[in-house]
Structure formats: structure tokens, C-alpha cells
Write a protein that binds this ligand. Structure first.
Ligand SMILES: C[S@@+](CC[C@H](N)C(=O)[O-])C[C@H]1O[C@@H](n2cnc3c(N)ncnc32)[C@H](O)[C@@H]1O
Length: 231
């Protein structure tokens, strides 16, 4: 085993047999990723958990007693962090999560296997929430097709849907965090968020792979729409 530039041992995986080059590279990246190892040690379900930790450590929106919605939650790293920080396990706060995929139970988290784009998803979510939310998180990512334009549109469709949902359900002062990709196609979304929130910024946590165009939009201080009823 060789050492990398930081002095850590670097694991190399052999190709051959049924293993394709792409899976060899994926496996190597997983085995050598310090966040994957740390997540395993700390009992977190995903390395993605560190992205939410970093964003919240800087901007402090996950407060004890609040209600959080986690869209695209599986395997559950963000829900684990949200549940801990809002005190969902001792019924102080609440975390409601959905995903297309199944997700093993997390104490304090109400989960439903649900497509966010389905017509009945907002109503089902509202029932689970039992009132307005203080934070809407979306780490949703659609499976890529390999066709750049199609992939960008699908990703934008998810984030626009999540932003519209956030504007419908957030309490005044609420926060919206969503995964976006650097594409330049999100100007209209940003303009909308700037109308609805007092501060809007892009964030790229250190734990987000530097070679990926992934980043997060963080919108804080929801201005609220007086009297808008929950449907
Ligand atoms: C990057 S993962 C989320 C990781 C998660 N934040 C964590 O910490 O474990 C993205 C998730 O979005 C989900 N997803 C994609 N499209 C969705 C949709 N239309 N409705 C619900 N979930 C969706 C995927 O199934 C996938 O589990």
C-alpha cells in the first residue's frame, strides 16, 4: 500500500474479473475518502452528513424544538444530524423525511417512501408535518442520464419544486437549503429566492468533493406571506 501526498495509506483496487474500470475507481475513491471512514466511525449513514454539519456549524439554523423537512433523505445522514440538533429523539423538535428509496428507521424521524414529484407528495408531507416547517432541506439528486442538458433540467426541476414547497410551508424567518449544480441555468430560481428570503448565498462545504460541480443554495430569513393558508 502506497502513501498519498497527505501521508495517509492509499488503497488500490485491482481490475479484472467482473469488475469494470468505473467500479474500480468508485471503490478506490470510497476506500480512500477520509469522510467515508469518519462517517463509519461515527455511526453516520453517509459522508453527506458532514456537508450539513459544516453548513449548520457556520449558519446555525438547526435549533432545538424546530420542525425540519428533509427531501431526498436516504440513506439518512442529514436526517440523523437534523434529528440530533433539533432534539427530535426527546420530542422537542420534529424531522419529516421522504425519499424514492426505502430508508431504515432513524429514532425521532418520520419517514415516507415517496416521490417528491408525485402530485400527492405535498399533501402527504403536510400531513406528516402537522403544521408549518422552520427548515426545508433538499439533497435530492436525480439519476444522471449522461445527456448534460437533460440532467441539468431534471436537477433544476427538483430544486425548483423544493423551493416552491418551501415557500408554501415555511414559517416566517425559515431556512431553505438545497443541492444545486453549477450550471448557470438557475438564475430565475435565485431571483425567486431573493424575493422570498432576506439572504441567499451559494455554499460549497469542504466535504463536498472539490472535483464536483455540486454546491448548495442557502436561503435564510423567509419573508413569509401573511395569511397564506396551508393547503
Ligand atoms: C445524495 S442522496 C441524499 C443523501 C442524504 N442527504 C444523506 O445524507 O444520506 C440523494 C437522494 O435523493 C433521492 N431522490 C431523487 N429524486 C427524488 C424524488 N423525486 N423524490 C424523493 N427523493 C428523491 C434519491 O433517491 C437519493 O436517495
Amino acid at each position: 500500500m502506497a502513501k498519498d501526498t497527505t501521508g495517509r495509506l492509499h488503497v488500490t483496487v485491482k481490475t479484472g474479473g467482473k469488475r469494470k474500470l468505473s467500479s474500480k475507481l468508485w471503490l478506490e475513491r470510497q476506500l480512500n475518502d477520509p469522510y467515508v471512514a469518519q462517517a463509519k466511525r461515527e455511526g453516520l449513514r453517509s459522508r453527506a452528513a458532514y456537508k450539513l454539519i459544516e453548513i449548520d456549524d457556520k449558519y446555525h439554523f438547526l435549533k432545538p424544538g424546530i420542525t425540519v423537512v428533509d427531501l431526498g433523505a436516504a440513506p439518512g445522514g442529514w436526517s440523523q444530524i437534523a434529528a440530533k440538533r433539533v432534539g427530535a429523539t426527546d420530542s422537542k423538535g420534529k424531522v419529516v423525511a421522504i425519499d424514492l428509496l426505502e430508508m431504515p428507521e432513524i429514532p425521532g424521524v418520520s419517514f415516507a417512501q415517496l416521490d417528491f414529484l408525485a402530485d400527492d407528495a405535498p399533501d402527504k408531507l403536510l400531513k406528516m408535518m402537522g403544521g408549518r416547517a422552520d427548515v426545508v432541506l433538499s439533497d435530492m439528486a436525480a439519476n444522471t442520464t449522461g445527456h448534460r442538458k437533460t440532467d441539468q433540467l431534471r436537477i433544476l426541476g427538483l430544486v425548483e419544486g423544493a423551493a416552491a414547497f418551501a415557500s408554501d410551508v415555511l414559517n416566517p424567518g425559515g431556512t431553505f437549503v438545497a443541492k444545486v449544480f453549477q450550471s448557470g441555468a438557475d438564475a430565475e430560481l435565485l431571483a425567486q429566492l431573493k424575493r422570498d428570503f432576506s439572504s441567499v448565498r451559494h455554499v460549497k462545504p469542504a466535504s463536498s468533493r472539490q472535483d464536483s460541480s455540486e454546491r448548495y443554495v442557502l436561503a435564510m430569513g423567509f419573508r413569509g406571506v401573511q395569511g397564506r393558508p396551508l393547503s
